[in-house]
Design a protein around this ligand. Structure first.
Ligand code: AMP
Length: 393
């Protein structure tokens, strides 16, 4: 089935056109700076060279129209697109699984938008635009929170007053659910079903862990929002919640300033004072930069601590998977995290860890108690597979 996958942000729109049967990606790209001066589309066909097309993108509707035009010009007959899958950041309590877009389900995506206002409103607008522009193509909502929705109540409930959390729908929703689901499915296939208690480590610029027992999420490190948990590129991860009041009362920062500080000016970027990109930090540490060394040390420490927390939620783990930008590419970061976990039976084969490949692979030593793998994630394919399941004949 030919599926277009769309991931819209407030000023950006990523797209990927792929065939679920052959898994071939015909084209992918991103529309940047929508509604801002200097907008452009970065477009790539069949893993060919990336082109930068400078086009005026005053709004998301124009961006989508351009994407269809570019695909047509590239020789792909857009009338053959059979479904559109939309990544929605927050599914709230309405999307324990992916759903076909109707007036009702689109209304739900808007109703839960206050939980993720920077994303959900733009995503809902883009879905509506697609329905209007291409009424014959079905749309599907794939929420990034869905996979986590059915974790045990003891894991998702916060110890806050019941009336407040119930009224405002406050709970642990988690994120990266589509990636963690893909990792579960792929690892289970790769190991012929011999995986029961998996800790999935999605380590990219955003980072989260999920404890997945026989396909069910038992706990995850992100919370009400994707700010919680691990130290990330520019996000602080877990800190004492009272830090927020202290910054406002004593530091004089506004709510928005604290929000920006914790989401955009913290994490590895703040610790290293060099960059949010792990490659720059690894280089810095190699040069002997003390801040970079500490940033790496803290990343290993916090990540391994939370891996142990995830394992605890399943009373053990037999498999651990590294994925996303850092997890797939950085043998240094993988080794750093794994070494901290040696006492729990994690033992990496250092040569296997250095192998670079786009395929799932085992990197643990034969005598490791926990099997450790690198599995490239593919959220777009997972979304497209949901579209096929819900709309395919
Ligand atoms: P993601 O958000 O999954 O795209 O991951 C992006 C992050 O992955 C970047 O910020 C880098 O820190 C990291 N990354 C990507 N490629 C490499 C690499 N070859 N070595 C180390 N880190 C990498």
């Amino acid at each position: 089935m030919n599926v277009l996958v769309i991931n819209a942000g407030s000023s950006s729109l990523k797209y990927q056109l792929l065939d679920t049967k052959t898994r071939q990606v015909f084209a992918k790209g991103n529309c940047e700076r929508i509604g801002i001066d200097g907008s452009f589309i970065g477009h790539q066909e069949n893993d060919g060279e990336k082109q930068k097309l400078e086009v005026a993108l005053p709004d998301h509707k124009t961006a989508i129209q351009h994407v269809f035009k570019i695909l047509d010009e590239a020789g792909f007959d857009t009338s053959k697109i059979e479904g559109i899958g939309h990544r929605v950041v927050q599914g709230g309590w309405y999307f324990p699984e992916s759903k076909v877009v109707t007036d009702e389900t689109l209304g739900w995506a808007r109703e839960v938008a206050p939980l993720a206002p920077l994303h959900n409103y733009a995503e809902a607008d883009v879905i509506q635009i697609c329905r209007e522009l291409f009424p014959s193509i079905g749309n599907v909502i794939v929420a990034d929170t869905s996979f986590h929705y059915n974790m045990p109540e003891k894991a998702w409930r916060y110890a806050l007053p019941r009336d407040v959390v119930d009224k405002l729908h406050i709970r642990k929703y988690g994120a990266h659910g589509t990636s963690h689901r893909f990792i579960w499915k792929t690892t289970n296939e790769f190991l012929d079903g011999d995986v029961h208690k998996l800790v999935s480590c999605h380590l990219g610029s955003g980072a989260s862990l999920a404890a997945i027992q026989d396909g069910r999420v038992m706990d995850t490190t992100m919370g009400l929002t994707p700010l919680d948990g691990l130290i990330m590129g520019t996000r602080c991860g877990s800190v004492d919640p009272a830090t927020v009041f202290y910054l406002q009362r004593v530091g004089g920062y506004t709510v928005d300033e604290v929000d920006t500080m914790m989401n955009k000016q913290s994490g590895l970027a703040a610790l290293s004072a060099v960059s949010s990109d792990s490659r720059d930090i690894e280089e810095g540490a190699e040069r002997g930069d003390e801040n970079c060394k500490l940033a790496l040390e803290m990343f290993y420490y916090r990540t391994s601590q939370l891996v142990a927390e995830m394992a605890q939620s399943m009373h053990g783990f037999d498999t651990m998977v590294f994925t996303a930008g850092i997890g797939e590419n950085s043998d240094i970061m993988r080794l750093g995290v794994a070494k901290e976990l040696e006492w729990l039976g994690v033992k990496i084969d250092e040569e296997a860890n250095k192998v670079r490949s786009g395929e799932p692979r085992v990197i643990s030593a034969p005598d490791s108690r926990v099997k450790v793998l690198v599995v490239p994630t593919n959220e777009e394919l997972m979304i497209a597979m949901d579209v096929e399941e819900l709309l395919g004949k």
